[in-house]
Ligand binder design. Structure first.
Ligand code: SF4
Length: 349
């Protein structure tokens, strides 16, 4: 096969324009923060309540959070992910973080509305239809309450997490969200360390999820933020670490550059531990297909994808999707590669 130069890969105007657009965001440097150890629901398989981070003391002093955000800015962090257990329960802390660090995202179950003054992207987690949510999250009328809170709110993206048991419900849930003009993207259940429950994916459920993601992307192109390559990368029989090599400190011993140097995952007591630091700690790495993990792990592999036009276009689609999901005001473009492309060095499945 002929070797492609980068100039040749970016020669087509639409590819060149997309590359120029996404590279403007390469300044983003993320870290993540557990805001509170409380949650107003309890979901089966929730990674927050695995491991010992749930036992860290809560640090609810807004001045301490303000000082932390300033210190983070000083060491080069430009983007914060506020999570664990349920950030909407501490709106004052979210406001303080946003004042100091204007770019970021909040992972929320969407039951309580986060005040508009907090201008972060808000990821509203969806685990199936209302019947399923009542069963595995213990919350009733979940989707209706989430839509009521976030319909028409440009901060919100609904994140549908596929388990082996809610694949067939996704069509109705996504149709409902699209009807209400809500944006939606996809996540994969990734098993916590030692988890042997029924939510762990199988080869059959991975294949079925991929087909469903692809169909929903085709059916709702204006509301589903995803691409064929996202579907491949997240439903491959191998997890993200095996496919791309995870760059988070928990799996990456190098402290020289990138996430290995800058990423920290703060617990509610404002401490952090390099050995546990990744966006989904306590997830079983070989099973990690998490959307948040992919947003860093796949996007960091530019050179590995700069091999041929389809692979490079697929990577651009992935980065474009990642920015649309994580950055307020970034609008997703049309996907540049409509066909499934294999991760470099691997097959499609
Ligand atoms: S769980 Fe995922 S993101 Fe975290 S270290 Fe393992 S592979 Fe990386």
């Amino acid at each position: 096969m002929a070797e492609w130069t980068f100039a040749a890969l970016t020669a087509e105007p639409e590819v060149r324009a997309r590359w120029e657009r996404v590279r403007r965001y390469f300044f983003l440097r993320e870290s993540t923060y557990d805001m509170t150890r409380r949650c107003n629901i309890r979901c089966e398989g929730c990674y927050y309540f695995e491991g010992d981070k749930q036992h860290a003391a809560e640090h609810g002093d807004p001045d301490a959070w303000r000082a932390l955000m300033r210190a983070e800015r000083d060491r080069g962090i430009t983007y914060v992910v506020l999570a664990g257990a349920e950030p909407s329960l501490v709106p004052e802390l979210l406001r303080v973080c946003h004042e100091e660090m204007p770019l970021g995202a909040i992972a929320s179950n969407g039951i309580m509305h986060i005040p508009r003054a907090v201008g972060y992207r808000i990821h509203v987690s969806v685990w199936g239809n209302d019947e399923t949510s009542a069963r595995i999250r213990g919350a009733r009328h979940m989707l209706a309450r989430q839509i009521e809170n976030y319909k028409g709110d440009s901060r919100a993206v609904f994140v549908y997490t596929f388990t082996p048991h809610n694949i067939d419900e996704a069509g109705d849930v996504v149709a409902t969200l699209a009807r209400e003009d809500c944006k939606v993207t996809f996540n994969m259940f990734s098993a916590p360390v030692g988890y042997s429950g029924r939510l762990r994916h199988t080869p059959e459920s991975l294949a079925r999820t991929r087909r469903t993601m692809t169909e929903l992307l085709a059916r709702h192109p204006d509301h589903v933020l995803f691409s064929p390559y996202n579907a491949v990368a997240h439903t491959h029989r191998l997890g993200l670490h095996d496919l791309f090599g995870c760059s988070y400190p928990r799996r990456n011993p190098s402290t020289d550059l990138g996430l290995g140097r800058s990423f920290r995952q703060y617990r509610t007591d404002l401490e952090w531990d390099r050995d546990a630091a990744c966006c989904v700690p306590d997830t079983d790495c070989p099973d990690c297909r998490h959307y948040a993990a992919g947003s860093a792990v796949v996007t960091a592999r530019l050179f590995r994808h700069a091999t041929d036009p389809d692979t490079f276009r697929s990577w651009l689609d992935y980065v474009d999707t990642y920015l649309a999901v994580w950055v307020v005001d970034y609008t997703k473009g049309r996907n540049l590669c409509e066909r499934m492309t294999a991760p470099p060095g691997f097959g499609l499945d």
